[in-house]
Design a protein around this ligand. Sequence first.
Ligand code: PLP
Length: 467
Amino acid sequence: MAPSDRTGFAPNSAAARDIEYYLHPFTNLKLHEKNGPLIVNEGKGIYVYDDQGNEIIEGMAGLWCTSLGFGEERLAKVAYEQMLRLPYMQGFTHRSNEVAIDLAEKLIQIAPGAMGKVFFTNSGSEANDTQVKIVWYYNNARGKPEKKKIIGRHKAYHGITLAASSLTGVDYAQKGFDVPLDRFLHVTTPHYWREGQEGESEDEFSTRLAQELDDLIEAEGPDTVAAFIAEPVMGAGGLIPPPAGYFPKIQKVLKKHDVLMIADEVITGFMRTGNMFGCETYDIQPDLISIAKALSSAYLPIGAVMMTNEVYNVLREGGDKFGMWNTGYTYSGHPVSAAVALETLRIYEERDILGHVRSVMDGFQEQMAAHADHPLVGEKRGVGLFAAWELTPDKENKGTFDPARRVAFQMAAFAQANGLIMRALPSDTIALCPPLIISEAEIEETVRRAAKSLDDIYKWVQDEGLV
Ligand SMILES: Cc1ncc(COP(=O)(O)O)c(C=O)c1O
């Protein structure tokens, strides 16, 4: 029996009450009523503990976010102290608080490229939604009201507010919600293994994608295209690092057409790729950056948009046309979230988390790559401290499973039964993105449990006649 074939919950148990009252985000609702939730109430280091007392490695750092792992007392303490001192202060109409100021200053100091200003949000989706508003306002302020289209990539994930889910290019986050809205376009996923043509080198593939972008901008009219948005490494769409030369070629096209480059660093930011930001790893010079998640190690919700002073100056001048800069959130620059984020950044530096990531990431990638010849693994992908296997029933022809059989989801269920949280991504990709504090020994144990789950799913697909 597969571990997901579970039914029957004690009346009034937490699981029964969950099913009764809690509508979960991104969840198969009927399956949830049958299988119930995994209820986790405690965590320490890279481990979480479910309500049955099982110890589980959080192999995804939550949703790519708990970079410092669980139970970090310094973050709890700083939140407590900040709550007592000043639990809230707004940022509207010239009001401020010193913690948010300190955080903005620190972010500008460590940001890649030439960022000049920070605008605070509560999440990655809000950051990307704000990017759309900034880009539209920017071109209205410049007297280019037609220059509004934003280009993303198929399989990109940028969040789920209306505008962010229009930037998003994974169909699972769009079906049924009447998005993308108008003025949002998508180009080919930069996935060489699946999208590269016969005999085409990786570099040639990148050249072709840059040409595709150029052709699209020309066809739409450069005066109608405002921005291009990209995750340095595509995450939720399948954990896809860019092919060689991709971003420099893409940015040449953007420059030619006066199109802004938005880097969505919501999961790649803060050392995940082995540098402080993914922009450094892939030679990206953004005009705007979105961050969230590991900014506070997910201990409190906070996100931000960072922008160059060139962009800021246009917003500033826009005030003469439109009045004040009239956008913002009640919790923009929330002092408690800001204090936790600042402390997170201090811990990163004091413990040299970047040095640690660099010291363990090659071993992690090698251990994941050691299973690339498993009969089910079509491609092993990854960089820094995240990696994935794309599963295939037919390695030679890069075949795909019937999506209805949800093979990667089934593998995630086996992994959970083996004491490891993994994440199923599109095209039956299965990912790991452990907390950055993971030790070498813990990496070995994580990959061992992942490999055991690979064997379990292989047996399952054989039993089901899927291979
Ligand atoms: C690259 C990227 N951008 C944006 C988001 C949305 O962030 P949030 O869920 O905080 O709204 C995510 C979430 O996973 C993400 O991976």
